[in-house]
Design a protein around this ligand. Structure first.
Ligand code: SF4
Length: 147
């Protein structure tokens, strides 16, 4: 039986790609659902060259067009992530994917309700991760979900 191909945030498969060197293994996705699908893992932060471990990121500014900034040192990596994302999304377009499973809450991979920090450093859960947004905008039809 041919398996369904799904994109997925790499950390959900148990790979140690998170900023702190850990993972977010989801046993349902790897076990139960994993029997029926072939995953195409993507970690925007590691593939974008930020390494493990790394300083964590957050989204700041306008929710519809936020900046990707490191949490402690406040370095703005938006352009770097935009450049990488553009190329990766083009590559993914060539692969035969039927959908995507995103890691919720991530400033890179979160699909919805990601914290965006505005004035006074008050976060609002109304953002979309930078990579998730770049993926969903040109591909509005494939189903997407968070873990
Ligand atoms: S949430 Fe996305 S960027 Fe963060 S570790 Fe997982 S795959 Fe990588």
């Amino acid at each position: 039986m041919e398996k369904i191909r799904l994109g997925i945030s790499t950390c959900l498969l148990g790979e140690n790609v998170r900023f702190d060197g850990g993972h977010k293994l989801d046993p349902f996705l790897t076990g139960t659902l994993g029997r029926y699908v072939e995953y195409v893992p993507v970690c925007p932060e590691v593939e974008g060259g930020f390494g493990v471990p790394r300083e964590s990121f957050l989204l700041v500014g306008a929710p519809e067009n936020p900046r990707l900034v490191t949490t402690r040192t406040q370095v703005d990596h938006t352009e770097r992530m935009v450049q990488w994302t553009r190329k990766r999304v083009q590559d993914l377009e060539k692969e035969d994917r039927c959908g995507y499973i995103f890691k919720g809450g991530s400033p890179s991979s979160g699909m919805e309700r990601v914290k965006v920090y505005g004035q006074n450093d008050v976060p609002a859960k109304i953002g979309v991760g930078m990579f998730a947004r770049a993926f969903m905008e040109p591909f509005p039809l494939p189903p997407v979900e968070e873990e």
